[in-house]
Design a protein around this ligand. Structure first.
Ligand SMILES: *[C@@H]1O[C@H](CO)[C@@H](O)[C@H](O)[C@H]1NC(C)=O
Length: 148
């Protein structure tokens, strides 16, 4: 009897542990400097990176797994909250970035950055409401110490 009870408890703990690891493995929250360096490595101009870091924090809290279903039946994905209406397709590659939207939820943000660069080229920072509300003409994060 005691065996069976403790076995069940251990089983529950293992299940909980696996679930917890599963959740954390998918989600990555970028800190300021690693994000700045990642953007820099994708040829984003250093003079603009503090704007990008502010934008990412405003849009997603820099959480790579952030997925938000909007009232207008579209969904926004990843740290840049890239929207499924124009930029990617659900379940297959497509949109202006020729990407599967779900790929923007992984902790590899290379594809996210490439797509965000295209959005920026097309519409500038004003495309992102988070940037307009929280970054435009506001104090930006200080990333000067990120390059050492
Ligand atoms: C839904 O809202 C998002 C974010 O504002 C926008 O990018 C997208 O174009 C909208 N989709 C439609 C179908 O209006």
């Amino acid at each position: 009897m005691a065996y069976r009870v403790s076995g069940a408890i251990v089983g529950c703990f293992i299940l909980l542990l696996v679930l917890t690891i599963g959740v954390f493995a998918k989600a990555k929250v970028y800190q300021k400097c690693p994000l700045a360096r990642e953007l820099d490595s994708h040829q984003i101009s250093r003079t603009l990176i503090s704007n990008w870091v502010c934008l990412v924090n405003a849009e997603s809290g820099a959480d790579t797994s952030k997925k938000v279903a909007l009232d207008n039946l579209t969904t926004s994905y990843g740290i840049f909250q890239i929207n499924s209406k124009d930029w990617c397709r659900v379940g297959r590659k497509g949109g202006k970035c020729n990407k599967n939207c779900e790929d923007f939820l992984t902790d590899d943000i290379s594809d996210d950055i490439e797509c965000a660069k295209l959005i920026y080229k097309d519409q500038g920072f004003s495309h992102w409401k988070g940037w307009v509300n929280k970054c435009k003409q506001k104090p930006l994060p200080d990333i000067s110490s990120c390059w050492n």
